[in-house]
Every structure is written in C-alpha cells, then in structure tokens.
Design a protein around this ligand. Structure first.
Ligand code: NCD
Length: 357
C-alpha cells in the first residue's frame, strides 16, 4: 500500500494485521518507542480537528518520530490560493509521510497523486475518512471480537457523515451484517453508498431511533454537521433530530456497544457516559494505536514509487462535476476524469458522485 485514500484500498487481511499490530502496541508500547526514529509526519489540516490530528501526532511521537504541520487552512498558503497538488508536492521534501484533512471531496486523491511520499486521508469533505474507520474496526475487534454477524444501526447525519460512509464500505466486505439507517429524510445516505456497498448487505431505513435500539448490536451515533449545510435554516430544523438518553438505553440490548466518532454536541446525553455500553471514549483511545500501526505499515512498504491512478479506462467530462463540493472545482487544470462503476454508473473519479446512471 502506497497511500490510504479509501478504506477499500486495504484488504481484509491487512485490516486484521493492522488491528493485531495495534493490540500489540497497546500491550507493549516500549517495543515500538524508536520504530520511526528520524522519520517525520506532516499533518496538513485544512479543516479543524482535535482527535484525528492529535492522535496522528501522538502516534508518531509514540513511535519516536517527529511531527510538523498546520491545523487550519488560514495558516497555510492555501489562503493565498495554493493548490492541494502543489502543497503535497512541496511537503514531500520536508517529511516522510503526510496525514491530510481537507473540506473538499476528492482532495486526498488529488494530494496523493502529486505527493512523492505516502499520504493518509484524514477526511476529505463529506466523502471518506478511512482512519476513523480503522479506529471503528479496532473498537469492534476489542469490544465485540468480530466484524461479521452484527446488526449495526447508524443514526444522525448519514448524508454528510464521512465516517458513516467509510464504515459502511468496510462492513460490506464481511458476512451477515445487517445495517439499520436512522436519519431524517433530508440527511439520508447518498445513492452511491447504497449502490456500491449497501446493495451487498441487508439494510433498512427508519426514522425513529427507538425502532432500531432493541435490535442493534452496535449503535453508531453521529453529529449533525453544521459546517456542511449550505442552508443554515435547514441545520436549525434538523440539529436536534436525535438524542440518546439513559432512559432510551433501557430499550437496548445489554451487550450493545455505542460508538461515536466524536465530537458530540447533544446527540448523546452525558448521563449515558457512565453506562458500560458507552464505548466512544475507548474508541477515541484506540485511534492512536491503529494510526501507529498504519504509519508503521506505510513507511515499511514505501518503495519510493509514486501513488498514481490508472487512467486507461477513464474518460474526460466536458462539463464540471455536479457536486459543488468536489475538489475538481478548485484545483487548477485538474482533468475531469470519469470512471464507470460495477453497476454501470458514470462517476467523478475524484469525489465519486454519480454523474449519469
Ligand atoms: C468526525 C469527522 O471529522 O468526520 N470526527 C472525527 O474524525 N473524529 C465526525 C464529526 O466531525 O462529526
């Protein structure tokens, strides 16, 4: 693996390997204390973050490496109009590996194509967030001991929730998982996730959390993401759609695990935190160790070859991508590549939005 853009870039065997390395690091951190000595991680965060950025930094420091970077676009040359492609090319001369977060969908793929070193997608707009998914998978591994045969309910902002999109993609590769999607109609899961991943599993869409609670083995709560709404009134109308309370938890299985990528706003009552089924703080803790395992793997497997997309079956679109949040609207001279998926849909290569069915 040269770079990690999407969770499906990693095989199920590699996921097992990463989880078992992470568990070994948790048990024997001293063995890894110098594993990345003289290596540098660049954290390029064009969008705010607490857990993801700090867990990446803490991961690299725990491996004996060093860290540089920025935590907001305004403190980088992006504020002067520098492209993502130029930024990652430049940073390749200063670091050995990049973790990048960007508000535009497809930005990670663009960044990886021009970087000369491995790049990890730490979230690209509402598109994908594969290291959160690795964190979520490690949490399942430690809480449930398996990735299959689970009923997983996703609740909240399923439209813009990139962590939801990546986690569903990951779960679709395991047997016998059942997905319950709980959201207001306005925040329903995007079509491309349905066609590409949910079609391989059994799933249902419901409006009420109470419908899903008694059946779920895992409840994945999410925040309604104010920053992704173009209409502030719509956010105001939807922001209090769900709240998990201690009273509602009486309807859930005794063995259910509650996950949340965090930050939480008001969708989980603080009173739930003391419930042993609340796994979200343990989940945040796991994030550091799975990122340590990932950094080790990418640095070990890096053969100096550049990450590239295979352009043989791609066509070029005459018109701009219909997704206004796609990186292709911002990057100078980025080819508007189109790809055809396994269902025959034509999609933007960068943000994966379906252009024609
Ligand atoms: C999530 C994200 O950034 O997409 N948080 C995270 O990575 N821990 C979810 C969110 O911001 O609500």
């Amino acid at each position: 693996m040269k770079s990690l853009i999407d969770i499906i870039d990693i095989s199920v065997e590699e996921i097992e390997e990463l989880c078992s390395t992470a568990c070994d690091i948790i048990a024997h951190p001293e063995k890894y204390r110098e594993a990345c000595k003289y290596k540098t991680l660049a954290t390029l965060f064009f969008e705010p973050s607490t857990r993801t950025r700090l867990s990446f930094e803490s991961a690299m420091l725990g491996l004996g490496g060093s860290v540089l970077g920025f935590s907001e676009a305004s403190s980088s040359s992006a504020s002067k109009g520098e492209s993502v492609a130029d930024t990652t090319k430049i940073v390749s001369g200063y670091a050995d590996i990049i973790a990048m977060r960007h508000p535009r969908e497809g930005a990670a793929l663009v960044g990886a194509c021009s970087a000369l070193i491995p790049l990890i997608n730490a979230g690209d707009g509402a598109h994908a967030h594969p290291t959160q998914t690795l964190t979520d998978l490690l949490t399942l591994y430690r809480e449930k001991g398996r990735f299959s045969g689970l009923t997983v309910a996703f609740c909240g902002d399923l439209k813009y929730g990139r962590t939801v999109h990546s986690f569903i993609a990951a779960l679709s590769r395991y047997e016998n998982n059942h997905i319950i999607l709980v959201s207001p109609e306005e925040l329903a899961i995007p079509d491309y996730i349905k066609e590409e991943y949910l079609s391989r599993m059994s799933y249902e869409e419901v409006r009420d959390l109470e419908d899903a609670l008694p059946r779920a083995d895992v409840l994945y709560m999410t925040r309604i993401q104010r920053e992704r709404f173009s209409d502030p009134e719509e956010y105001e109308r939807l922001k209090n759609s769900y709240c998990l309370t201690a009273e509602k938890m009486t309807r859930a299985k005794e063995t259910m695990s509650i996950l949340h990528p965090l930050p939480r706003v008001n969708e989980i009552s603080v009173a739930v935190d003391d419930d042993p089924r609340a796994a979200y703080f343990r989940q945040a803790y796991n994030g550091k160790f799975i990122r340590m395992a990932l950094i080790l793997k990418l640095l070990r497997e890096n053969d100096g070859e550049r990450f590239a997309v295979d352009t043989t079956n791609l066509t070029i679109s005459e018109t701009p991508c219909p997704n206004s949040k796609c990186i292709s609207h911002n990057e100078q001279e980025l080819p508007r590549y189109l790809t055809r998926d396994s269902h025959g849909n034509v999609r933007c290569l960068w943000c994966e939005t379906i252009v024609t069915k």
